[in-house]
Design a protein around this ligand. Structure first.
Ligand SMILES: [Zn+2]
Length: 375
């Protein structure tokens, strides 16, 4: 059965009931090649939360609610280099091989020095560093200890970006919705820096692809972490709105960005909207913040939407400090579906396999149903 309003959109078999916006699910098995063994948390090296099981869980969950899996084409490097500095991409590609030339090296590239330097808010990147050695270069380009880089990392990150591009191309070709199962994720990747499990900023790359047709594009990010990389990339731009609801960064990753007074700079002034939530915030606060973001999309005049979709605000997520339930994802799926815009959903975080399966399915089902009624 199919209902609107307070009732779920699934029938008893778990499939989305008609009518709905058909959506492809883009993913390449190459994205599984990134499987590092190290991640620093609270002073301890542990197994990374961001692992290939997340992707396989999401594929099963989203196929079960009617999405059709599609292999992304290779659209080449040009769309990636529209967002990322070429010297940074070159670093990602060469880092593992160069690090392996060090005496007594570990299994993966990890930095142990960092420069006292960031890009200015109006600059996309800092330029190439003068340092030529791999240790200094790792410190320049790697923002933290959550981006261990192994043999397959660049291949997987490149494929993840191609998955985002393929979804954006699908939308350019006329699809009303597409799901890009980007893994590794992207929203903490800056134009010239990896951090927070992110190497290439998939949502930003997709937004630039959409800009070829749509004059104004919005990226809305409901991952529980602020998308500091995405914010920085578009901070001085008016044509791409960045809006985010996330956990208050004053004692939470990414710590140094995501505050409510960060509103953009220059031409981009007013095109950046941060809605931090306090620890313990519940469904009502999360849904209200997402409603404000949806209003901002309309006010911006965005003609297409990229959703940075993370499921880690869910109360069952090991990283969550919020009290968001699966039902909230149904509600915000309706909110964004009702906008009626051509939409690319780009996967970001979410680390409880049970929660990501439930939340993604609730969100996508509600999004498709609400979008169909709007269309
Ligand atoms: Zn996250």
């Amino acid at each position: 059965m199919f209902y609107r309003g307070d009732v779920a959109y699934y029938d008893v078999t778990g499939r989305v009931a008609e009518p709905y916006v058909p959506m492809k699910l883009f993913f390449s098995d190459t994205q599984l090649a990134h499987q590092p063994t190290q991640y620093m948390v609270h002073g301890r090296i542990v197994d990374p939360f961001e692992n290939p099981n997340r992707a396989t869980t999401l594929i099963d969950s989203l196929q079960a609610c009617g999405l059709e899996r599609a292999e992304p084409n290779d659209f080449g490097r040009a769309p990636i280099l529209k967002v990322h500095a070429d010297h940074y991409v070159a670093f990602l590609e060469e880092a593992y091989a160069r690090f392996m030339e060090l005496p007594s090296h570990g299994p993966e590239v990890l930095p142990n020095v960092h420069p006292y330097r960031g890009a200015s808010p109006a600059d996309a990147d800092r330029g190439a560093p003068r340092v030529t050695g791999i240790i200094g270069r790792a410190g320049w380009y790697m923002g933290d200890l959550s981006c261990a880089t192994m043999e397959g990392t660049f291949r997987a990150a490149y494929a993840s970006a191609q998955t985002a591009i393929a979804g954006a191309e699908e939308v350019l070709a006329g699809a009303q919705g597409a799901f890009s199962l980007c893994r590794p994720p992207g929203h903490h990747a800056y134009a010239d820096r990896c951090s927070g499990f992110c190497y290439l900023n998939n949502a930003a790359i997709a937004a630039e692809v959409l800009r070829r047709k749509f004059a104004r594009v919005a990226i809305i990010d409901f991952d529980t972490h602020h998308g500091d990389g995405t914010q920085a990339i578009f901070y001085a731009r008016a044509d791409v709105l960045y809006g985010s609801v996330h956990t208050d960064p004053s004692a939470y990753y990414p710590h140094f960005a995501g505050y409510a007074d960060e509103a953009g700079t220059g031409a981009g002034c007013g095109a950046n909207l941060n809605l931090p939530l306090p620890w313990g915030a519940d469904d009502a606060a999360f849904i209200a913040a997402n409603a404000r973001l949806a209003q901002a999309v309309t006010a911006h005049g965005s003609e297409a939407l990229v959703l940075s979709a993370g499921w880690d605000a869910h109360r069952d997520d090991p990283l969550s400090k919020l009290a968001v339930s699966t039902d909230a994802y149904t509600r915000i799926g309706e909110l964004y579906g009702r906008l009626g815009l051509p939409t690319l959903i780009a996967q970001e975080g979410g680390y409880s396999l049970t929660a990501i399966a439930a939340a993604s399915r609730a969100f996508v089902g509600a999004f498709q149903a609400a979008h169909s009624m709007r269309a």
